[in-house]
Design a protein around this ligand. Structure first.
Ligand code: SF4
Ligand code: SF4
Length: 172
């Protein structure tokens, strides 16, 4: 643990509104959220250092964030981040880890432009990506949300960055 972890930032306004630029909300580690982080996170980075997949980073303001383009590029839901945290930031790891939803940007997805690509399906262990045949072009992907765990494995491998992930409520 670093020598000088910072005290929890009790101001949710500062935590939620202190971002320097507009953009999608940061993805937080599993079993926590903005409110739990703002209430209890000391920004000690113990969770970031503990993640064996290397997908956790020191995000804006020093709070942990997920970056699926780093490390192995997927969450295995091992719980090491929650186990390493000395503060009451994480919920029980037997709870659902998070409510993230994968979407496919059809404008960026190669098969939608006539180029054969099934890289995301090859990376998806739960077999949650379906490719539907279509006349006059390569098969195009869709997500089976019954199977998708939002592990993120399809994001970093996509050569055209067509796979997106965001909090489920932001994608409605
Ligand atoms: S559950 Fe495991 S793989 Fe996922 S973010 Fe936490 S430490 Fe990393
Ligand atoms: S996020 Fe969903 S679709 Fe993507 S690899 Fe993981 S389980 Fe498969």
């Amino acid at each position: 643990m670093p020598a000088n972890p910072q005290p929890p930032d009790r101001s949710r306004r500062a935590f939620l509104g202190g971002r320097s630029r507009p953009g999608p909300p940061p993805l937080r580690p599993p079993w926590t959220d903005e409110i739990r982080l703002s209430d209890a996170c000391t920004r000690c980075q113990a969770c970031v250092e503990a993640c064996p997949e290397g997908i956790l980073t020191k995000g804006e303001g020093g709070f942990p964030a997920v970056d699926f383009r780093k490390g192995s590029g997927e969450c295995t839901f091992c719980g090491a981040c929650a186990d390493a945290c000395p503060e009451p930031v994480f919920t029980d790891t037997t709870d659902a880890p998070w409510r993230l939803k994968i979407t496919i940007d059809e404008g960026a997805c190669l098969p939608h432009s006539g180029v054969h690509c099934e890289t995301c399906r090859d990376a998806c262990e739960p077999d949650a990506i379906r490719f539907a045949p279509r006349i006059g072009g390569p098969s195009t992907p869709s997500i089976d949300f019954e199977r998708c765990t939002s592990c993120g494995a399809c994001i970093g491998v996509c050569p055209s960055r067509a796979m997106r992930i965001a909090p489920a409520e932001a994608t409605r």
